[in-house]
Ligand binder design. Sequence first.
Ligand code: NZQ
Ligand code: ZN
Length: 380
Amino acid sequence: MRNFDFQNPTRIIFGKNTIGRIGQEIRRGGHKLILVVAGSGSIRKNGVHDAVIDSLRKSQLTALECWGVQPNPTLAKTREIIEVAARAGVDAVLAVGGGSVIDTAKAVAAGVYVDDIWKLFEDRKPVMRALPIYTILTLSATGSEMNNYAVITREDEHKKWPIGGPALYPRVSIVDPSVQSSLPWEQTVNGAIDTISHTLEFYFQGGGETTLALDESLLRTVVSMTDRLQKNGQDYDARASLAWASTLALNGLSGTGIGDGDWATHGIEHGLSAVCPDVAHGAGLGVLFPAWILYCQDANPASFERWAKNLWNADTVEDGVAAYRAKIKAWGGAVTLKELGVKEDQIDTIATSGFGTGVNGVIKKLSIDDVRRILRSAFA
Ligand code: NZQ
Ligand code: ZN
């Protein structure tokens, strides 16, 4: 077990009917003019927007709303919102949505303090200054509600890069799992696969038994709760357990005593969704993680064999991967790049973009040729 520092300053308010508390939470922070960041309108249909605005109004807060953040959020949209935020002089940022909305809100919160937000991505230094960030989570997947990362795509250069730093932890995040019953099934699956992938990025490094056992528990819970939701999308307890597993998978806890994680698969997936923005992050990981496992298993065989045995009751890593792929298929997800609509002649561009994230693995340090081979093996 490795030494570690663990601190997570985000306060989580979790459960049914909790969204109405956001006004008093922001008010307690001493803020008055709030920038509300939102996506394409799902929060209008499921009542979340009304609940948020009502709560802000009751706490005598003024809301300035910026809509239209897309999945795989862009630098252009981030810049547009930074301008609005800076011009208005907002006191805090409230993200209402999934990971794309939260990440955009985080980048905006940091962006008001710098001349060019993209420079923060290029510098790869910790972000130390940002407006206070609050979130209402509507899709459990990324863990962004309780971590200090944001991922944004610079479209003109096919770069989907992360920023991180102490200033990017939300102060308060509200997770009401009941509002996720309006999710299309494939988004629930994408969230489950992203959560599994976050856990695996740490797990395969091996480490202290406490965290490995916690990670196995998260992995099992995600699979069984997603199975339950496939039968009944209104199953609140399954939705809530999946949501909490998703937060825990990337809030720092799932890596304690293990290390910083591998993250090569995430780097490659960010390349994939930078080049093919219609590919959802979780869907891309469902294709790439099994391919990466098969390619890298010799680098740390005991960990991969343990995963196959403990998660899938399989005697070989190949059988474990086959079982994981079968589960993704049973959920209706894709297991090849071809199914995601990727063209074979895009593989080189994806490899270059994914390799350019600079996140090229710890368990096995990948060259760009390794990345190409992994992508080719995942093609069909
Ligand atoms: O645009 P709206 O109307 O909000 O609709 C969204 C969007 O179309 C919809 N949705 C969200 N909640 C809903 C809902 N529809 C119905 N009912 C609800 N309750 O779902 C669609 C996808 O939303 P999005 O925010 O894109 O999904 P997700 O939460 O999976 O976020 C993915 C983004 O986060 C990044 C990914 O790369 C990707 O760009 N990540 C962020 C990380 C982080 N900050 O720590 C780590 C991750 O590894 C990941 O890279
Ligand atoms: Zn992810």
